[in-house]
Design a protein around this ligand. Structure first.
Ligand code: ACO
Length: 320
């Protein structure tokens, strides 16, 4: 018994912010952002919270799957920007959609959050502990970036993507998850300084900070490694893979991964031009777009891969 994606959904806020809009608040240009990242615009949440967006994506996935919220045994939310420290975001989604029978918790693995959540759901389902799960990636990084820092604020957008997964004969064939905490300093966010009455100050929350070139090097090394690993562990030649659905951080990263793996970049779909880097939401948003466009046929083999803060990275190989 394995785990199969039986429904997908996604949601992005209405508000579009173009590169030209950002050039009005920091010293940058459409040409600089497009040529280095492939990003043209992003959606920024003004009314929606992370759990609002995630619940809308989840409901769309449930509707497509024809599954009632009460049938969900487990909700896993990959996020770095939950509305609160507690209750966790998955519990808030549960309340929104009425999934009263689900156990709910968040997975904190930055941009790898959805892939780690999917692999975790698979671990529960393949042991027989749960049958049906909602696996969601959602982030509102617009509330975590310093809008005066051109090195980071141009990269991100807000959104949510969701999948309903269920125990089945066909589905996930292999997966892996990796972490390297010792390199965590290259990409950090929201570090909370100590603050209490003994210190005479309140805690302060920091913004995102990133060593872009180190993140770039990390991604183009580790993503090919984990994809190669999941293919080898299942005896699957790379030629058998219809699509490689990779975290949408940056077009140049994806291009370099394709080149390094000697795979036609056309098999690495991209949508960051319209959404920017939506962190944990990017893989499930792209999956949902492709699914609704009818790009996947039963039997297609698809690789999903995420990479991000932690550092964390991992891959999933599945048969649609
Ligand atoms: N507009 C104009 N100039 C800028 C901008 C901007 N938005 N941001 C930085 N610059 C400037 C810098 O100040 C620097 O100027 P200087 O030479 O006068 O000092 C110059 O551009 C070059 O800066 P670099 O940081 O060296 O630029 P680089 O070519 O490395 O591109 C980028 C930066 C796009 C961030 C690149 O390093 C990258 O793609 N890294 C991957 C990081 C990533 O995608 N992170 C996403 C989040 S993490 C994740 O999802 C896993």
């Amino acid at each position: 018994m394995t785990t199969r994606i039986i429904g997908t959904g996604s949601y992005v806020p209405d508000q579009i912010v173009t590169n030209d809009d950002l050039a009005k608040i920091v010293e940058t240009s459409d040409e600089w952002i497009r040529s280095r990242t492939g990003i043209g615009e992003r959606r920024i949440a003004t009314a929606d919270s992370t759990s609002d967006m995630a619940a809308k994506a989840a409901q769309a996935a449930l509707d497509q799957a024809g599954v009632r919220a009460e049938e969900i045994d487990l909700i896993l939310l990959g996020t770095s920007s939950p509305d609160h420290c507690f209750p966790n975001g998955a519990c808030e989604i549960q309340a929104h959609i009425g999934a009263v029978n689900a156990a709910c918790f968040d997975i904190s693995a930055a941009c790898t959050g959805y892939v780690f959540a999917l692999n975790t759901a698979h671990a529960f389902i393949s042991t027989g502990m749960y049958r049906t799960a909602l696996v969601i990636g959602a982030d509102v990084l617009s509330k975590l970036v310093d809008w005066g820092d051109r090195g980071t604020c141009v990269l991100f957008g807000d959104g949510a993507g969701a999948t309903v997964v269920r125990a089945d004969e066909r589905g996930i064939l292999g997966m892996n998850m990796h972490s390297e905490g010792a390199k965590g300093g290259v990409l950090t966010c929201g570090s909370r300084s100590n603050g209490n009455f003994l210190l005479g100050k309140k805690p302060e929350l920091g913004y995102m900070s990133m060593d872009g070139q180190e993140v770039f090097k990390f991604a183009v090394k580790k993503v090919p490694e984990c994809i190669t690993e999941v293919l080898a562990s299942t005896g699957t030649p790379k030629e058998d893979i219809t699509y490689f659905v990779i975290h949408q951080a940056n077009y140049r990263i994806i291009e370099s991964i394709a080149k390094r793996m000697k795979i036609d970049p056309a098999r690495f779909p991209v949508n960051m031009e319209h959404y920017g880097n939506t962190s944990a939401a990017s893989v499930p948003i792209l999956l949902d777009e492709m699914n609704r466009e009818g790009k996947f046929k039963p039997g297609d083999k698809i690789v999903l891969s995420g990479f991000g803060g932690g550092l964390t990275w991992g891959a999933t190989l599945l048969e649609w």
